[in-house]
Design a protein around this ligand. Structure first.
Ligand code: ZN
Length: 73
């Protein structure tokens, strides 16, 4: 599962990221992850797991990419 950054934009004091990430099981499927970093962290994903549990591994992977990649911070 590799997260591709689609767009990053700054909105007031927040940074908003959109990623596309492929499904682990089905390579033909991909999900959109939205992460907003500001006073609070808000994250969502278009996968079923997020819809059910409110959290998922795709968000974790994208958060790690933001933390580890100075170019997109
Ligand atoms: Zn997800």
């Amino acid at each position: 599962m590799y997260p591709y950054l689609i767009i990053k934009r700054n909105y007031m004091d927040s940074r908003i990221y959109l990623f596309a990430i492929n499904s682990e099981k089905n390579p033909l499927k991909s999900y959109i992850v939205r992460i907003e970093l500001g006073k609070y962290v808000k994250a969502s994903c278009s996968c079923k797991g997020f819809a059910i549990r409110g959290n998922c591994k795709h968000i974790k992977i994208c958060m790690r990419k933001i933390r580890c990649n100075k170019k997109i911070q």
